[in-house]
Ligand binder design. Structure first.
Ligand code: AMP
Length: 225
């Protein structure tokens, strides 16, 4: 039986810069799912200088992955909260086979499984251009792009007026390193999920490189209206 949006558990995977965060937010709002982004959790922990944040920063700043034990532990704790009872979308987790297995074990303990894995693919030049132009508000976290979605006033957030900056891990050398890490460590999990028959493939190219169109491709592929 088709689940309603409210009971679904979805994973969204894609290379850095593919827009998975943007799509995850839209999908979570449309289907009433809780949006969990491990990248956001780490950025907040870094800002608050918690022990996890201090540890995670060492890896994130150089474009490496935070070790599986830390990341899987964060997810295990987060999905145990009541707000996840109605379903959720995991954005940026799992990113390794180890994490995918850990997630399956965490869910199996509750008799649950992942329903869909949305795999967003995009060519590398576009990714580098997208990420290199990305700017984030230091205060409220709003996202901008110097070419595609510039702030009204250079270097200043439209929403709260605070300064915009480039994430350390969005600088070109780090972007290249993140793409290599993605190909080596994250792509293999697509085959892991393909074997389970739950992968929804979404190819972003010049014909649909607009966030609304990508959202429609995702919903159509999932068979959700
Ligand atoms: P994101 O915003 O999803 O691109 O995440 C930013 C950075 O946080 C990544 O480049 C990693 O260093 C770290 N990170 C986020 N999610 C994970 C994960 N599932 N496993 C390991 N590291 C992660």
């Amino acid at each position: 039986m088709m689940k309603t949006g409210k009971q679904m558990k979805i994973v969204i995977i894609g290379p850095p810069g593919a827009g998975k965060g943007t799509q995850a937010k839209i999908i979570s709002e449309r289907l009433g799912l809780f949006h969990i982004s491990t990248g956001d959790i780490f950025r907040k922990a870094i800002k608050d200088q918690t022990p996890v944040g201090v540890e995670a920063k060492k890896y994130i700043d150089k474009g490496a992955l935070v070790p599986d034990e830390i990341t899987a532990g964060i997810i295990k704790d987060r999905i145990a909260y009541k707000d996840c009872d109605e379903g959720y979308i995991l954005d940026g987790f799992p990113r390794t086979i180890g994490q995918a297995r850990a997630l399956d074990n965490i869910l199996a303990d509750k008799g649950e499984t992942i329903d869909y894995v949305i795999n967003i693919s995009l060519d590398e030049d576009t990714l580098i251009k997208r990420m290199g132009g990305r700017r984030i508000c230091d205060s409220c976290g709003a996202l901008y792009h110097i070419d595609d979605y510039p702030p009204k006033k250079d270097g200043e957030c439209d929403k709260c007026g605070a300064a915009l900056s480039q994430r350390e891990d969005d600088k070109e050398d780090t972007i290249r390193r993140r793409l290599t890490v993605y190909k080596e460590q994250t792509l293999p999990i697509i085959s892991y999920y393909k074997d389970k028959g739950i992968v929804v493939e979404v190819l972003v190219d010049k014909d649909n490189d607009v966030k609304e169109l990508v959202t429609e491709v995702i919903f159509k592929a999932m068979g959700v209206s």
